[in-house]
Unconditional design. Structure first.
Length: 110
């Protein structure tokens, strides 16, 4: 498969694609669900919540952080993670827009 030509797309389209790709794994969804359920920054408990090895969890956290879905702050020897609300606002706005168009165009479908 060829390289993605991101320069041909808007900044918003590229940002949403990065977010969607990061959410494309069930372990990452589980991490987001866990962070939402505790509603605070978590330093080391995430590994205990998933049936995955620590290096695997770390890689998933890295992907979520690189996509901007979570924030990571260094506290001592640990990195504490929490939800980045701005990224989810972007995602919510996108899906709200889709939902609006789907509702308005229900009768015009082929």
């Amino acid at each position: 498969m060829g390289a993605t030509k991101t320069e041909h797309f808007t900044e918003e389209q590229n940002e949403l694609a990065i977010i969607a790709k990061a959410l494309g794994h069930p372990a990452r969804i589980a991490i987001i669900d866990y962070l939402l359920s505790v509603n605070t920054c978590i330093c080391g408990d995430i590994v205990n919540e998933l049936p995955l090895a620590q290096p695997t969890v770390s890689q998933h956290l890295k992907e979520l952080k690189n996509a901007g879905l979570i924030k990571g702050n260094i506290e001592g020897n640990a990195i504490c993670y929490c939800i980045n609300h701005e990224a989810f606002d972007t995602l919510r706005q996108y899906f709200d827009n889709i939902s609006k168009h789907v509702k308005n165009g229900k009768n015009n479908c082929c």
